[in-house]
Design a protein around this ligand. Structure first.
Ligand code: VG1
Ligand code: CO
Length: 542
C-alpha cells in the first residue's frame, strides 16, 4: 500500500560540488527531503525494478532520512535495497557496494566534511551504476524535477529494523542489511600487500589514525587493528557519533589539531592519518610533517608500482584544477597522460571508466584510484602504509626524496568563510573583469603568463563545464586560483589556492607561508579581498 502525497517545490535544491547540502533544520521541513528523493526516482526510471544502495555517514538525521527513503523506494517500485547496518555506509564503501552488487545507483546521506548534529549540516547525493557521483547532466535533471514537483510516493509501512543483518521485506520490496566493512576490507586486501604491512607493525612501527568520531572508524579498526595487527588504540575517535563528538570532521591541519599535536610531540608515531565525516578524505602526517594532498598524490603516482594493485603501472593520472601541478611533473617523467578537471569527484568518473586515469586527487585531502568511483580515505592511508612497509623509509624520507627528484611545489589554501554572498559574487565578477588585461603584467616581481576562467571539456563525452575558477598563472610556474565553495551552508566561502614551484633542493626547507608570501600579497590585492569582504585574514589555512 502506498500513498501519493501532494507537495510544492522548494527553491534552491540544486546539488553543489557534492550533492545537496543544507542545515539539518532545512531538511527537517515537511516534504523537503521527500521532494529531492522523488526527483531522483523521477529522473532515473531504471530504479523502478532495479537495485538501490542506501546508507550514510551516521550523522544526525541519517536514520530518519533512511526510513523515509526506504518507504519511498518501495512506493516507487525499487525491487531491492541494499542498506548499510545501522544505516552506515562510508562514501567509498557505498561506491564499492554499488559496483560489487551491480546496483542501478545509490543514495548517500552525508554532508561529508561539514560539522554535524541538530544544529549542523546534512546532505544527500545520488551515485550512478559505476559507483560514482552522478555527472552534471543527471544532477541538473534532478534539480529541474525539484522545481516542478507536485507529488511524491510513500509506502504505508512501519520503520525497518536497520540493526539486524540479513534479508527482509518492506511493502513488497526486498531489503538486505549488510555489513559493508567486510566487502570493503576484501577489496583493500586485493590491492595491498597486507603481509608486508603486518610485518611492519610487528616490527614495532606505530601509527595513529584519527577518525574524528566519524564513519571511517569501523573500517579503520577492522582493517588496521584487526586484519593488520596494529595495537588496539591505534585508531582513535573510532566510534561514529551523530554529532562527531563535537569534532569538525575535516582532516586538515587546522581541524585535526589533536592529531597534529601528537605528530609534533617527541614520541610521535611513524605515521599519522585522519579522515572526514564520510571517510572519503585523508590526511597523511609524518613526524613533524603534514604531507600536502597534492604532494601525496604525486608521491603515490611516482611509487605506485611498489603496490601490488598497481604493479603494472598507471594508465594516467588526474587532478582537480586547483590541486598543485606536482603530479603533472611525475606523469611527464613516467610518460603517462595527466588530466586537469574541475573541482569535485564527479569529473573523474569518465576518465576512470575509460581507463585513461588510474589515480586521481584533489588538494582538499581527497585521493583515490579506479578501484571505486569515489575518493577513498582508508585506501589512501593503506597505500601509504604499504609504501612505508615496502621501502622501509619514513614519511619524511619519502617526501624529501620526492622533492629532490622532482622539485617542490609549495602549496597552501586560504579560505575566507561565512562571507556575505553578494560581496563574494562581486569579488569574483571583479576578477573576471580583470582577466583580459592581466597577461604580461608584472606583480610583486612575478610576470603573469595567462589569466582565465577555467573551462573543461570532458575528453570522453565532450560535455563542457564553464566558470570553474579564476586562474592566474605566472611565468615561473606559480599560480593563484580563486573559487567559491559549492559545499558550504552559510553565506559564501572564498577559496584562494596558492602554488609556487622550487626546483633547487637548497630552497626546499623554507616555511610554506613565507615561500608563498609574494603570491599571498598578490592574491589579496588583485581580488581586493579586504575592501570587498572586510576580512584581513583567512579563517582557515591548509
Ligand atoms: C570541497 C572541495 C572539493 C571536494 C568537495 C567534496 O568542495 O574543495 O575538492 O570534492 O568539497 O568533498 P568546495 O566546492 O566546497 O570547494 V567532501 O569530502 O565534502 O564530499
Ligand atoms: Co567527504
Amino acid at each position: 500500500m502506498s500513498k501519493t502525497i501532494a507537495t510544492t517545490a522548494f527553491a534552491g535544491q540544486r546539488p553543489g560540488t557534492s550533492g545537496l547540502r543544507k542545515k539539518v533544520t532545512v531538511f527537517q521541513q515537511p516534504h523537503y527531503l521527500e521532494n529531492f528523493v522523488q526527483a531522483i526516482f523521477d529522473s532515473v526510471p531504471e530504479l523502478n525494478g532495479g537495485v538501490l544502495v542506501v546508507g550514510g555517514d551516521g550523522r544526525y538525521y541519517n536514520r530518519t532520512a533512511i526510513q523515509t527513503i526506504l518507504k519511498m523506494a518501495a512506493a516507487n517500485g525499487v525491487a531491492k535495497v541494499l542498506v548499510g547496518k545501522g544505516g552506515i555506509l562510508s562514501t567509498p564503501a557505498a561506491s564499492c557496494v554499488i559496483r560489487k552488487y551491480g546496483a542501478v545507483g545509490g543514495i548517500v546521506l552525508s554532508a561529508s566534511h561539514n560539522p554535524g548534529g541538530p544544529d549542523g549540516d546534512f546532505g544527500i547525493k545520488y551515485n550512478i551504476s559505476n559507483g560514482g557521483p552522478a555527472p552534471e547532466a543527471v544532477t541538473e535533471a534532478i534539480y529541474a524535477r525539484t522545481q516542478t514537483i507536485t507529488e511524491y510516493q510513500l509506502a504505508d509501512a512501519a520503520d525497518y529494523n536497520l540493526d539486524t543483518l540479513g534479508e527482509g521485506e518492506l511493502a513488497g520490496m526486498q531489503v538486505v542489511v549488510l555489513d559493508s566493512v567486510l566487502d570493503y576490507s576484501e577489496l583493500m586486501a586485493s590491492l595491498f600487500d597486507f603481509a608486508a604491512i603486518r610485518a611492519w607493525f610487528a616490527a614495532g612501527h606505530t601509527m595513529r589514525f584519527d577518525s574524528l568520531s566519524a564513519v571511517s572508524g569501523p573500517y579503520a579498526k577492522h582493517i588496521i587493528e584487526g586484519v593488520l595487527g596494529a595495537p588496539a588504540g591505534t585508531v582513535v575517535n573510532g566510534e561514529p557519533l551523530e554529532d562527531f563528538g563535537g569534532h569538525h570532521p575535516d582532516p586538515n591541519p587546522a581541524h585535526a589539531h589533536e592529531l597534529m599535536e601528537a605528530m609534533f610531540a617527541a614520541d610521535a608515531p611513524d605515521l599519522g592519518a585522519a579522515s572526514d565525516g564520510d571517510a572519503d578524505r585523508n590526511m597523511i602526517v609524518g613526524k613533524k610533517l603534514a604531507v600536502t594532498p597534492s604532494d601525496s598524490l604525486a608521491i603515490m603516482a611516482a611509487n605506485a608500482t611498489l603496490i601490488p594493485g598497481y604493479k603494472d603501472g598507471l594508465a594516467g593520472v588526474a587532478r582537480s584544477m586547483p590541486t598543485s601541478q606536482a603530479v603533472d611533473v611525475v606523469a611527464k617523467a613516467l610518460g603517462i597522460e595527466s588530466f586537469e578537471t574541475p573541482t569535485g569527484w564527479k569529473f573523474f568518473g569518465n576518465l576512470l571508466d575509460a581507463n585513461r586515469a588510474t589515480l586521481c586527487g584533489e588538494e582538499s585531502y581527497g585521493t583515490s584510484s579506479n578501484h571505486v568511483r569515489e575518493k577513498d580515505g582508508v585506501w589512501a592511508v593503506l597505500f601509504w602504509l604499504n609504501l612505508l612497509a615496502a621501502t622501509g623509509k619514513s614519511v619524511t624520507e619519502l617526501v624529501s626524496a620526492h622533492w629532490a627528484r622532482f622539485g617542490r611545489h609549495f602549496y597552501s589554501r586560504h579560505d575566507f568563510e561565512g562571507l556575505d554572498t553578494d560581496a563574494a559574487n562581486g569579488l569574483m565578477e571583479h576578477l573576471r573583469g580583470l582577466l583580459g588585461g592581466l597577461a604580461g603584467q608584472k606583480l610583486h616581481g612575478l610576470t603573469v603568463k595567462l589569466a582565465d576562467d577555467f573551462a573543461y571539456t570532458d575528453p570522453i563525452d565532450g560535455s563542457v563545464s564553464e566558470k570553474q575558477g579564476i586562474r592566474v598563472l605566472f611565468e615561473d610556474g606559480s599560480r593563484v586560483v580563486y573559487r567559491l565553495s559549492g559545499t558550504g551552508t552559510e553565506g559564501a566561502t572564498l577559496r584562494v589556492y596558492l602554488e609556487r614551484y622550487v626546483a633547487d633542493t637548497a630552497g626546499h626547507g623554507e616555511d610554506t607561508q613565507s615561500a608563498l608570501a609574494a603570491l599571498i600579497t598578490i592574491s589579496r590585492e588583485l581580488a581586493q579581498i579586504a575592501e570587498r569582504t572586510g576580512r584581513l585574514q583567512p579563517t582557515v589555512v591548509t
